[in-house]
Design a protein around this ligand. Structure first.
Ligand SMILES: O=C1C[C@@](O)(C(=O)O)C[C@@H](O)[C@@H]1O
Length: 148
């Protein structure tokens, strides 16, 4: 069974209470449970991790190599600032699907730039917590096509 790392960046530990008008009322625990259950239905084993620290996220991406077949990444605000995360993704050569709960392109201009997008398989944003499940679907299809 392919294993997938679902990696959440800064402030996403506060999901459910953080700006619910933007990010909804679903907690991170609920998102993670949904990811594990949805992964199982797609033949994927899902491991979830959250950190508020850029270096810890870089470490998690490095550690994913050889362990996980792909990564679903919501890098939070680091999406818009972190060359280090982008370089980490390029270094491990794992398929990464970028996820955002909100539609970053419909928000402030500084959120329109993603340093992750150019090295990601694709980006899913604006669908709330469902975006994580869509990302797992995308990875499942990608891995199946690659192994066919
Ligand atoms: O922390 C976040 C959450 C976010 O990644 C999202 O999921 O919509 C969007 C980012 O701009 C923001 O900094």
């Amino acid at each position: 069974m392919n294993s997938i790392l679902v990696l959440h960046g800064p402030n996403l530990n506060l999901l459910g209470t953080r700006q619910p008008e933007v990010y909804g009322t679903t907690t991170l625990e609920m998102v993670n449970s949904a990811c594990v259950a949805h992964g199982q239905s797609r033949g994927l084993s899902v491991v979830c991790l959250q950190s508020n620290h850029e270096g810890a996220l870089v470490d998690a991406i490095h550690a994913a190599k050889g362990v996980h077949a792909g990564i679903v990444l919501n890098a939070g605000a680091y999406t818009h600032t972190s060359i280090a995360l982008r370089d980490a993704i390029s270094s491990v050569e794992l398929p990464v699907v970028e996820v955002h709960l909100s539609n970053i392109h419909a928000r402030e201009a500084f959120r329109h730039v993603s340093h992750i997008a150019p090295v990601a398989l694709g980006q899913i944003c604006g669908f709330g917590a469902q975006g994580y499940l869509l990302a797992l679907d995308a990875l499942a299809e990608h891995l199946a096509a690659r192994n066919a």
